[in-house]
Design a protein around this ligand. Structure first.
Ligand code: FE2
Length: 288
């Protein structure tokens, strides 16, 4: 029993126009509007990002994909064994998510609104991004990754490995041990999930960032120039990570959390060895 990958991501926001500009004009995604929600397409799936119009900023759903109905059932049983209360996605919510079936629950570690599902609806025609972006690295590696600040680091490691079936990729401990991150994979993507204990005045349960992967450094550079031209605030400048070798930058989304856009990420293969690094970046990733 294991998760196939990060499937989709949905948010609620009062900043729908700014999100639309970011996802289309900067990042080249396609869009389709419905009542109160805009769907954003970046590969063969109908959509992987949904932006709901609301009065405030919140993550609405982190969607984890399972291979098929039987693996979904196994994951439901594993979560119930761990004492997690799940509710099936209603037929209308499955239609909205463009999935065959799924369940919703509150992740007991991060408190994130979380969904598990199988059977995404895919489109007849291939997706072509706009604005010179060549495309998104998804497929068996999933949408990208999410990073949470969690109150109980040990509980997090237990829950995500033993209950949800992730495997540890590696860990980074830096700034004299003040900062610590553990990375988890469920497919060849180096990590689909990472967790950090909070530092400074960050409350536990904070959503840190969503990572999306372009197909080349040109995609990342073109988007970086647009972010600079539009005065979209940066969280971190261009840089390269030690552990997954991703070349990326981080922007502050209109909802306040981060979005990392990167490329050339290492993939986990056979004979993977867990390591601990003493810094998150080989170069760059400086505060703006
Ligand atoms: Fe990241």
């Amino acid at each position: 029993m294991a998760i196939s990958g990060l499937g989709y991501f949905a948010i609620e926001t009062s900043e729908t126009d700014k999100w639309h500009e970011l996802l289309t004009a900067v990042l080249g995604m396609g869009s389709e509007q419905a009542a109160g929600v805009t769907f954003y397409r970046l590969d063969e799936w109908h959509h992987r990002i949904a932006v709901y119009e609301a009065g405030s900023e919140a993550v609405k759903a982190v969607g984890w994909q399972l291979e098929d109905e039987s693996v979904l059932d196994e994951m439901v049983a594993s979560l119930q064994d761990a004492g997690v209360a799940l509710a099936p996605l209603s037929p209308s919510l499955c239609d909205e998510r463009r999935v065959t079936a799924g369940y919703r629950f509150e992740d007991p570690v991060s408190a994130m609104p979380t969904e598990i599902f199988y059977g995404p609806v895919c489109e007849q025609l291939p997706f072509t991004p706009s604005g010179g972006i060549s495309g998104y690295w998804t497929g068996e590696d999933g949408l990208g990754h999410v990073v949470y600040f969690v109150a109980d680091y040990e509980q997090a490691k237990r829950f995500y490995t033993e209950t949800m079936g992730f495997k540890v990729s590696d860990r980074i401990v830096w700034d004299e041990g003040e900062k610590d991150a553990t990375f988890f994979h469920c497919n060849p993507r180096h990590h689909s999930l990472a967790v950090m204990p909070p530092f400074g005045d960050i409350p536990p349960g904070t959503f840190n960032h969503l990572m999306l992967q372009g197909l080349s450094i040109n995609d990342v550079g073109i988007a970086y120039d647009r972010v600079r031209d539009l005065n979209i605030p940066l969280m971190m400048e261009l840089g390269k990570h030690t552990n997954d070798h991703t070349e990326s930058f981080y922007l502050v989304t209109p909802s306040g959390f981060g979005l990392e856009f990167g490329c050339n990420s290492t993939r986990v293969g056979d004979h993977w060895q867990v390591k601990t690094y003493d810094a998150p970046m080989i170069w760059g990733h400086r505060s703006p």
